[in-house]
Write a protein that binds this ligand. Structure first.
Ligand SMILES: *Cc1c(COP(=O)(O)O)cnc(C)c1O
Length: 392
């Protein structure tokens, strides 16, 4: 039997502490503090070059990032970068490349058409019963393919001008909204107190049944997942969390502990991966990722085709490859480990599920199915007889 030792290693939960910070006299107490991590983020070319051999594409990318989407990488996440591997799946996610300045004609600043679905600043209301509440424009680290790079980090073309009071009043008035998704930027960058003010105000609105937070903080900054934060969140159930993990290496020992702490406080956790060229566009990496997520008690939720964000062509992977990966997962591993592959339809169509075809043929009498092994089966449609007419 063939063993892929590189992936075996990625499947294990490791600690990368203090890594590149070993010679800088950082204490474990500092390292474990989320404020220390945020203060010591890698934000300059000089810092990057201290530790990594940068390519020309990366160096030029960093120099240009200040006018587009800022660069910031927490020491925790930076330690996952392999300095000897120019194709490291971690560095592709957070180190700018000059390709970000190349714009194709079909790429957009606002690929999901969010700005045109904002009834009040900072609130996207696209679906009938749920809304997306953009609470901040800051993140712990910046993903180079950010779908909201037009507003996130403060370096882009627009500013996020969330009007909290107007959002709350809109939600109070719109009784059809039963689900609020807090995102941004990253809501978990707020202090416990500030986050609690938002959650308790939302919970004061009777028709809001379900609240969730979209956050990459458990991955970029696991030190933020404190027992105090978890105890506070626990008061606002049902509260779900959507995290964003793209590659198995991101699931370190510290990240696992943070996710387990959240789960122990009753927070169900889903994962939203983005399908990225050179990061997770092969079956073995994706299978390792989704199985490792289950070990962290996280349910893979969505696999996103990358939005057509300006300057993202170097990270785009073909839909055909995504479908091939989905086929390689379904039936071949735990159903709970299989996410739904979606495309957020360009221009504001919302998320559309895309699936490999398992229906070979279908008519009013029967469905011909293909299973995960490629064998075909027939399922007869129930004969449609008219409902008996009740005669009173
Ligand atoms: C993704 C998204 C949601 C949530 O969609 P689900 O399919 O319920 O996870 C809500 N509003 C907007 C604008 C979104 O993009």
């Amino acid at each position: 039997m063939h063993h892929d030792t590189a992936l075996d290693l990625e499947k294990s939960f490791r600690s990368h502490t203090p890594g590149y910070w070993k010679d800088q006299g950082v204490s474990m107490e500092e390292w474990n503090s989320h404020t220390w991590q945020l203060k010591n983020r890698v934000t300059s070319l000089k810092q990057l070059e201290q530790h990594l051999n940068l390519s020309e594409e990366e160096r030029n990318g960093v120099l240009l990032s200040g006018t587009k989407l800022a660069m910031a990488i927490t020491p925790h996440f930076f330690n996952l970068i392999d300095k000897d591997d120019p194709d490291c799946p971690i560095r592709r996610q957070v180190i700018p490349r000059v390709e970000e300045t190349w714009v194709s004609p079909y790429e957009m600043a606002d690929p999901c058409g969010e700005d045109s679905n904002m009834p009040v600043p900072g609130l996207v209301h696209r679906y009938p019963d749920r809304v997306l509440f953009l609470v901040t424009d800051r993140c712990a680290s910046y993903c180079r393919y950010c779908t909201r790079s037009r507003v996130v980090s403060g370096a882009g073309e627009q500013e996020l001008e969330t009007d909290y009071e107007a959002v709350f009043q809109y939600l109070e008035k719109h009784t059809e909204v039963r689900d609020v998704l807090l995102s941004g930027g990253d809501p978990l960058l707020f202090s416990d107190k500030k986050l609690e003010r938002i959650l308790s105000r939302l919970r004061s609105i009777e028709h809001i049944e379900f609240v969730r937070i979209g956050s990459r903080v458990p991955v970029f900054l696991p030190q933020r997942i404190t027992p105090e934060l978890c105890s506070m969140l626990q008061k606002y159930h049902p509260l779900f969390l959507s995290v964003h993990v793209n590659h198995p290496r991101e699931l370190t020992l510290e990240v696992k502990e943070g996710l387990e702490r959240l789960a122990n406080h009753g927070v169900p956790i889903g994962n939203q991966s983005v399908f990225l060229r050179g990061v997770n566009d092969d079956l073995e990496t994706m299978k390792t990722l989704v199985q490792k997520l289950l070990l962290c008690r996280v349910r893979p939720y969505y696999l996103y085709q990358l939005d057509l964000i300006k300057g993202s062509s170097h990270l785009q992977a073909p839909v055909a490859k995504g479908l091939e990966i989905m086929e390689g997962l379904r039936g071949h591993t735990t159903g709970y480990a299989v996410p739904q592959y979606v495309i957020d339809a360009p221009g504001g169509g919302g998320k559309v599920p895309i699936n490999p075809d398992y229906i070979v043929q279908r008519n009013s009498e029967r469905v011909i199915l293909r299973n995960f092994e490629g064998r075909t089966f027939e399922y007869p449609e129930p004969a449609v007889t008219p409902d008996p007419v009740l005669d009173y």
